[in-house]
Design a protein around this ligand. Structure first.
Ligand SMILES: C[S@@+](CC[C@H](N)C(=O)[O-])C[C@H]1O[C@@H](n2cnc3c(N)ncnc32)[C@H](O)[C@@H]1O
Length: 211
């Protein structure tokens, strides 16, 4: 195994667990994740950090996928600690292994930055939602300020291999809207005490129309 493979399999999952557990991020998770209800699917559930925020009483079924074996192990450990039934599988957002119209809520946090094909993933999340269902999103991405964006463009080529394929310049709300959702924004800001190039966050609720 070369260093790159070793880093992806062992280093990146540990960095993700640490970085994605920062207090400012946990605060945002606590605003978004408890809104999940009914039959819930989480894309990029690896690490399992969101599980502590789910209101188990409002959820009738929880399923999630992630392509990282190590992060799936963490997620299964979190499910055990929470003591709930969780259908946690290996998979990718470009080809979600569930039927059309099968979930009330899809949760997607800090994952659209890392997928291969963002537009396809947004379409897949919409496909598996029931009409009227909601996508809860919380993501970092393309900053609105031109000078920050220039830094993001400079840093991204070396950031991506170090950070598990994470992009810095991807649009968030616009990408979700372009996938056919009606957006109810909840917030957008730079995270405190974080370099602005990696700190721009947007979060909200995206509704699949019931037509
Ligand atoms: C920065 S981590 C965030 C993990 C978790 N969603 C969270 O909020 O803590 C990015 C996650 O996206 C997952 N990922 C990468 N490519 C993916 C894909 N094509 N489909 C679904 N998940 C993917 C990674 O394995 C990783 O778990």
């Amino acid at each position: 195994m070369g260093f790159g493979d070793w880093w992806d399999q062992h280093g990146v999952p540990r960095v993700i667990r640490f970085a994605c557990g920062m207090p400012a991020i946990m605060k945002l998770r606590s605003q978004v994740v408890p809104l999940a209800s009914g039959e819930v699917f989480e894309l990029g559930c690896g690490g399992g950090i969101n599980q502590q925020f789910y209101n188990a009483g409002a959820i009738t079924r929880y399923a999630g996928i992630d392509p990282s074996g190590k992060l799936l192990d963490y997620a299964r450990g979190e499910a055990e600690a929470k003591g709930w039934q969780a259908d946690i599988r290996h998979g990718i957002g470009e080809d979600i292994p569930f039927e059309d119209n099968s979930f009330d809520t899809v949760v997607c946090t800090y994952t659209l930055c890392s997928v291969q094909d963002q537009a396809k993933v947004v379409r897949e999340m919409r496909r598996i939602l029931k009409p009227g269902g909601k996508l809860l999103f919380l993501e970092h991405g393309r900053a609105p300020d031109p000078e920050v964006l220039r830094w993001q463009e400079r840093i991204e080529p070396w950031w991506k291999p170090v950070a598990g394929g994470c992009h810095l310049t991807r649009p968030i709300t616009e990408a979700v809207r372009a996938g056919g959702f009606a957006i109810e924004p909840m917030g957008a800001r730079y995270l405190p005490k974080t370099p602005r190039a990696i700190g721009w966050n947007e979060w909200g609720v995206a509704i699949k129309d019931s037509a």
